[in-house]
Design a protein around this ligand. Structure first.
Ligand code: B12
Ligand code: SF4
Length: 499
C-alpha cells in the first residue's frame, strides 16, 4: 500500500465564466473538426453497480453534447459500457482528451492520460489533456501533473472556451449553471456502445440544502437546490429511445421540490409515459404518502434511499438530519405503494461499535427492505469528514482505488479497521443469501395470487421479482468481492496485529 502525502485544496476560488449560454450555437463548417474524446475510466470491478448497471456520469454527456453543437467531433468512451480499456488507436485519434473521474477512478484516469501522451508523441502529434469531474474539483493538486487544464466545478458554461484554448491558466474555476432548463438534451449516441445501456440516467436537479459530513455533493454543486421545469424534464424523457426500458433519476434528492415533482408526474401520466423508473429520495418524502402513491402510478418501481445508519448517534454525527422513525416510516410507506426500497447504509461512524453489524442486519430483515447496499464510511476528498480525518491523522493511505465505499481507508474509533471490513462483508452475507431469496419467492407468489384476485375488482400491482433476483445475484457479487480483496484483508489484518 502506497502512502502518498495528502494535499487539501486551499486554492483561491477566483471563479471564471467566459461565455454563458452558448450551449447551442451553430456548428462550424468547412474545416477539419477538432476531435475531442471524453473518457470515463472503469469503476472498481467489485462494485455491484459497475458490473450490473452501466450508468454513465452525466458530465461527459452534457459537455460532449455542447462541444458537438459547437463544432467539435466528439466521442465518449466509457470503459464500463465498453467492458474494456480504451485502446491505443482510440487514444491516437484524440486532438483533445477530456477525462471525467470520481475519486475511485482517478488512478485509472491518470494512467490513461500518460498512455495518451505516449501514443500521440510517438506519432509526433500534439496532445492536450483536460481533467474535470468531482475528484479534480475537490483535489486539483492531486491531478495537476497529469493535465494541461484542470477544471474545478460544473463546466457547461466554459467547456467551449476551454476546448478552444481560451484559457491560459492550468487551473480553471467555473460557475454553477444558473438555469438548468438551458442545458441541452444529452446526446447518448456520442457514447460508443450506448445501445447496450438498459438504464438511462436523467438528472433533473443539482445541489442539496442538507449538510451530511461525508458527502461531496454540496461541496461540488452547492447548497442551493436548482431544478428543471417539469416540461424540460419531460422533453428529455420522450427522447429516450424506445428500446431502453428504465430511467434512473440520478438527482441526489429527486422529490425535494414536491410541487415540481407532482407536476412532472402528472405530465408523465397525462402523456402516457410508459417506462418504469427509479429515483434517489430522502426520507422526508414518506411524510407525503399521496405523492408516493402518485409516483407509483407514474411508473416508479424503486427508490434508493440514504438511510445511512440505524445508530441514532451516528445519524447525529453525520449531520444526516433524519431519525430511525423516518427510516421505518419510509420503508412502510413505499412498500405499501408497491415501490421497492433500496436502502443504503454506512458503517463505521465514530459512535458505531461492532454491535452495529448485527443490529443493522436485524433491522433490515425486520422492516423488509427489498435490497440493501452496505458501505463503509469513506472520507472522500473535499468533504468535512476528509478534513477532520486528515487533521486527526486517521487516513490509512490515499490510494484512491480503495476510496469506493467498500474498503476501510481510515482508523475507526470503536473497532479495528479489520473488524469494520469483516463486519461489512458479514452484513452483505446475511442479506444476500438463498434463504432470503426463497422467502422472497414465496412472498412474491403469495402477493401475485392476492393481486390476481384484487385485479378482478380493481387495479392492483403485481409484485416485483427484482428483490429476489438481486438476492441471488448479490450472493455472487459478495463472494466475488471477497475473492478479489484477499490481499486488502491481509493488509488490514497486518495493521490490526500492529496496534
Ligand atoms: C449517478 C451516480 C452514480 C451511478 C453511476 C456512477 C458512475 N458512472 O461513476 C452509480 C449508481 C453506478 C454510482 C456508483 C457509485 N458512486 Co455515484 N453518484 C452518482 C451521482 C448521483 C450523479 C452523477 C452525475 O451524473 N452527476 C451530474 C453531472 C452533471 O455531474 P458530473 O458528472 O460531476 O459533471 C460535471 C462536473 O464534474 C464537470 N466535469 C465532469 N467531467 C468533466 C470532464 C472535463 C474534461 C471537464 C472540463 C469537466 C468535467 O462538469 C460536469 C457538468 O457540470 C453522483 C452525485 C452527483 N450529484 O453528481 C454520485 C457520486 C458521483 N457517486 C459517488 C460515489 C462515492 C459512488 C460509489 C463509490 C458508491 C458506492 N459505494 O458504490 C460508486 C462508484 C461507481 C464507480 N464508477 O466506480 C460520489 C463520488 C465522490 C468522489 N469524490 O468520488 C458522488 C459525488 C456522490 C456523493 N455523495 O459524494 N454513482
Ligand atoms: S447525502 Fe444526500 S442529503 Fe446528505 S448532503 Fe449529500 S446529497 Fe444532501
Amino acid at each position: 500500500m502506497k502512502d502518498k502525502p495528502v494535499k487539501v485544496c486551499i486554492c483561491h476560488h477566483q471563479k471564471v465564466s467566459m461565455s454563458l449560454h452558448r450551449y447551442s450555437s451553430a456548428s462550424s463548417r468547412g474545416f477539419m473538426k477538432k476531435k475531442v474524446v471524453f473518457i470515463e475510466p472503469e469503476g472498481a470491478p467489485s462494485n455491484v453497480f459497475t458490473r450490473l448497471m452501466k450508468i454513465p456520469l452525466l458530465g461527459p454527456l452534457y459537455l460532449g453534447t455542447i462541444a458537438k453543437e459547437n463544432g467539435f467531433a466528439v466521442t465518449i468512451l466509457n470503459e464500463n459500457i465498453l467492458k474494456r480499456h480504451v485502446s491505443d488507436p482510440e487514444l491516437e485519434q484524440a486532438d483533445i482528451l477530456c477525462l471525467s473521474c470520481i475519486t475511485a477512478t482517478i488512478n485509472r484516469g491518470k494512467t490513461i492520460a500518460a498512455r495518451y501522451r505516449d501514443v500521440r508523441s510517438r506519432l509526433d502529434l500534439r496532445s492536450k489533456v483536460i481533467i474535470g469531474g468531482i475528484h479534480a474539483s475537490m483535489l486539483p493538486e492531486d491531478v495537476a501533473s497529469h493535465g494541461d487544464h484542470i477544471v474545478v466545478g460544473e463546466a457547461e458554461d466554459i467547456i467551449v472556451d476551454v476546448l478552444n484554448g481560451a484559457f491560459k491558466d492550468q487551473l480553471i474555476y467555473s460557475q454553477p449553471v444558473e438555469n438548468l432548463n438551458q442545458l441541452p438534451i444529452p446526446d447518448y449516441s456520442l457514447i460508443q456502445g450506448w445501445k447496450t445501456m438498459n438504464v438511462i440516467p436523467v438528472m433533473t436537479s443539482r445541489g442539496c440544502p442538507y449538510n451530511c459530513n461525508f458527502c461531496s455533493v454540496t461541496e461540488m454543486f452547492g447548497h442551493k437546490y436548482r431544478w428543471q421545469s417539469a416540461q424540460r424534464v419531460f422533453d428529455e424523457l420522450i427522447r429516450i429511445p424506445s428500446h431502453v426500458p428504465t430511467v434512473f433519476f440520478t438527482d441526489d434528492h429527486f422529490t425535494a421540490n414536491a410541487n415540481r415533482t407532482e407536476e412532472l408526474l402528472n405530465l408523465m401520466m397525462k402523456k402516457g409515459f410508459k417506462k418504469r423508473w427509479n429515483a434517489q429520495v430522502r426520507t422526508e418524502i414518506s411524510k407525503n404518502p399521496e405523492l408516493v402513491a402518485t409516483m407509483r402510478k407514474a411508473g416508479c418501481r424503486m427508490v434508493f434511499v440514504g438511510f445511512e445508519s440505524i445508530n441514532p448517534q451516528s445519524l447525529v454525527s453525520m449531520h444526516k438530519n433524519q431519525s430511525i422513525e423516518d427510516i421505518t416510516r419510509t420503508v412502510k410507506v413505499f412498500k405499501k405503494n408497491d415501490i421497492c426500497v433500496h436502502g443504503m447504509f454506512m458503517l463505521g461512524n465514530d459512535p458505531d461499535t461492532t454491535e452495529v453489524f448485527s443490529t443493522t442486519t436485524k433491522f433490515c430483515k425486520k422492516t423488509g427492505i427489498d435490497t440493501v447496499q452496505y458501505t463503509i464510511l469513506t472520507p472522500l476528498p473535499g468533504t468535512k469528514l476528509f478534513g477532520e480525518f486528515v487533521k486527526q491523522d486517521r487516513l490509512l493511505h490515499t490510494d484512491w482505488n480503495f476510496y469506493d465505499g467498500l474498503h476501510v481507508v481510515f482508523k475507526p474509533r470503536n473497532m479495528t479497521a479489520l473488524q469494520l471490513q469483516e463486519g461489512m462483508v458479514e452484513c452483505f452475507r446475511q442479506f444476500y443469501h438463498y434463504t432470503n431469496a426463497c422467502n422472497d419467492a414465496f412472498n412474491t407468489l403469495y402477493q401475485s395470487a392476492a393481486a390476481l384476485v384484487k385485479k378482478m375488482y380493481k387495479n392492483a400491482h403485481f409484485p416485483s421479482m427484482m428483490p429476489m433476483m438481486m438476492k441471488i445475484l448479490g450472493k455472487g457479487v459478495v463472494s466475488d468481492w471477497i475473492a478479489r480483496n484477499r490481499s486488502y484483508m491481509k493488509y488490514l489484518h497486518m495493521l490490526s496485529t500492529k496496534d
